[in-house]
Design a protein around this ligand. Structure first.
Ligand SMILES: [Zn+2]
Length: 204
């Protein structure tokens, strides 16, 4: 299980165990209950804890390989694919941008400058097509809102819902099946689900 943090809480009403993706296992014990009760509870939940840890490990960031030869091959592929796809998305939703550049970037999937120029990461060729389209829609929305405020998020959500749900777009081969709960309590269910899925990939 690795290190376990055993902590007391004045607000906790009962002993509980949480498996945190980065902080590890946390056992919370109500103030009046001895620590031993927390340890006993944890041991009774051991199998569950181990299965959660295994699941988290499997889903936490597929590292995207990036040796020099691979990068060059991807750059060629990305230059052929991404600008054209961006142009399609832009015309579909009435966006006008300046230049588009394909970059070998380690810090983001894409960016949009206040001058209206868009950069796209060549590693987008390594993620599923619907996540590529999601990143491009995200950058296009920055042409109207240069921040991540509520107006930006509602525009992005509107486009994602239209694009992925109403229009049910495909790349010609695969149909994206909605992985998000339709009754999600999130204010932005579609874009948030895509964002979460994108976070399972890691730029290295
Ligand atoms: Zn952004």
């Amino acid at each position: 299980m690795g290190d376990v943090l055993l902590r007391k809480s004045k607000r906790a009403g009962r002993v509980s165990v949480r498996v945190h993706p980065s902080r590890g296992v946390v056992v919370t014990v109500p103030y009046a209950v001895p620590y031993e009760a927390g340890v006993r509870f944890l041991m009774s939940k051991k199998q569950w804890v181990l299965s959660v840890m295994a699941r988290q490990k499997a889903s936490s960031g597929v590292p995207l390989e990036s040796g020099p030869a691979r990068i060059e091959a991807l750059r060629v592929e990305a230059k052929r694919y991404l600008p054209e796809r961006l142009a399609c998305l832009a015309s579909r939703y009435g966006f006008v941008y300046g230049r588009v550049a394909v970059k070998n970037n380690r810090t983001n999937w894409g960016s949009c400058s206040t001058r209206g120029n868009i950069n796209l990461n060549l590693r987008l060729m390594l993620v599923p097509w619907h996540l590529r389209d999601y990143v491009m829609l995200h950058e296009l929305c920055h042409l109207r809102h240069h921040n991540h405020g509520p107006a930006f998020h509602s525009l992005l959500e509107r486009l994602c819902a239209d694009y992925f749900v109403t229009s049910a777009v495909t790349d010609g081969k695969t149909v994206w099946t909605c992985a998000f709960p339709l009754a999600s309590r999130s204010e932005y269910p579609v874009s948030r689900a895509l964002e979460r899925e994108l976070r399972t990939y890691r730029i290295v």
